[in-house]
Structures are given as structure tokens and as C-alpha cells.
Design a protein around this ligand. Structure first.
Ligand SMILES: [Zn+2]
Length: 232
């Protein structure tokens, strides 16, 4: 067995810890991506709502125009009672006829605007339903991610506990060397293959390095990357 076997055991735990930490790091981004899924659906709804509002405004504008002319006709009729000449009376009738013509036109416009409202209202309802459905799916995914995060944190805590124990089994100088290197190179402990190649950086080692590794008495670093070499 290699003299660096306790380091290899530690490295195995550290490898799992790194993966767990990476996952914890990635989860908020995955949650943000989930939220983004809703953006385009929300945009469709907002556009449909704006169109609905515009169509409703056209309806009420036409309605106001009709109302204004009806009021005017009303007041003309009240004034007509006070008129003295037939000619004036006729003029007022002409005015009324003109206003009634306008009312007809605005009523037609109002009906057309009301026809526009129906399909837009339908699109708003569809977009609302789609948003609701997608929101539920996203919420479910977010819940799952939160559960995953809690589970990963728990596993990480256990691995960190195991790491403390595994580190105690490593020769202190070996541990020091490993700790210094592990933030720069990963993995730290790599095999020296039969051809004398470091499996970390692929540099062919001089024969003396292979001999030292086989002697199995201490840490033998790669000449290029400094990783700890071992052979089974
Ligand atoms: Zn190397």
C-alpha cells in the first residue's frame, strides 16, 4: 500500500466536499433560472392586459361621445319650447338631426370596440391561466431545489466531520503539503503511470522519480506540477 494512502482517503472526501459545495453554490442560480421562465409568460399577459385596457377605453370614449350628444339634444329640445319663430325651430331640428347622425356613428364605433374587447379578454384569460400553471410548476421546482439544498448541506456537514477524522490519520508534513497545494491543483494526489507519466499534468518524469515513488517512503512531487505521485 502506498505511503500516501491516508492522503488519498482524505482527497476522496475532499472531492465529495468540493462537489457538494459546488452544488450549494449553483442552486441560487438554478432558482433564478426557474424564475426567469415566468418572465416571457408574464410579458404576454401584460401586453394582453394593456390591449384590453385600450379596447375598454375606446368603448367608454365612444359612450361618452354618445352621452354628450344626447345631453345636447335634450337641452336643445328644452330651448325649442321657448322659440318664437318656425324658422328657428327648423334650425334646431337640423342641429338635432346632425347630432343624431353623429350618435349613430359613435354607437357603431362603440359596438366595434366592444367586439374588439371579447377576443382580447379571452387572450388575457388564457395568459392568466398559463401564468398560473407555469407558476405552479416553478414553485414545485423551487421547493424541490430548496429540499435538495437542505439535503446537500446535511451531507456536507457529515463529510466535513469525516474529513476531520481522516485528516488525523495523515502524517502532519504530508497534510501540510497537501493543504498548500489543494487550492491551486486538483486533485493533489495523482497516479504515476507505468510509463512514468504524471496523471495530473502528463509530464514524463525522470526515472529517479519513479524509483522514489516505488521506494514508498515519503511524498514524491511531480517535477512540473508538484502534485503528489503514487503507485498502487
Ligand atoms: Zn505533474
Amino acid at each position: 500500500m502506498s505511503v500516501v494512502q491516508p492522503l488519498l482517503d482524505l482527497q476522496e472526501i475532499d472531492d465529495r466536499i468540493r462537489k457538494l459545495q459546488q452544488e450549494i453554490h449553483d442552486i441560487p442560480q438554478r432558482k433564478a433560472q426557474e424564475q426567469e421562465r415566468l418572465t416571457s409568460v408574464q410579458e404576454v399577459l401584460t401586453r394582453a392586459q394593456a390591449e384590453l385596457k385600450a379596447a375598454q377605453v375606446r368603448v367608454s370614449e365612444a359612450e361618452l361621445e354618445v352621452k354628450a350628444r344626447q345631453d345636447k339634444i335634450q337641452s336643445i329640445k328644452q330651448n325649442q319650447v321657448l322659440l318664437k319663430t318656425n324658422k328657428e325651430f327648423q334650425l334646431y331640428n337640423l342641429e338635432i338631426a346632425k347630432l343624431e347622425g353623429e350618435i349613430e356613428a359613435y354607437e357603431a364605433r362603440q359596438l366595434a370596440a366592444m367586439d374588439d374587447v371579447i377576443p382580447v379578454r379571452h387572450r388575457v384569460a388564457e395568459a392568466e391561466a398559463k401564468l398560473k400553471e407555469d407558476q405552479a410548476a416553478v414553485d414545485a421546482d423551487l421547493t424541490e431545489l430548496d429540499a435538495r439544498l437542505a439535503a446537500v448541506r446535511e451531507t456536507l456537514a457529515a463529510e466535513e466531520g469525516a474529513r476531520v477524522e481522516a485528516a488525523k490519520r495523515v502524517t502532519p508534513q504530508f497534510l501540510l503539503y497537501y493543504e498548500r497545494l489543494r487550492t491551486k491543483r486538483w486533485p493533489v494526489v495523482v497516479a504515476l503511470d507505468e510509463g512514468g507519466v504524471c496523471k495530473g499534468c502528463n509530464l514524463v518524469q525522470p526515472p529517479s522519480v519513479g524509483q522514489m515513488v516505488r521506494r514508498n517512503q515519503g511524498i514524491v512531487p511531480c517535477q512540473m506540477c508538484g502534485r503528489v505521485l503514487y503507485q498502487d
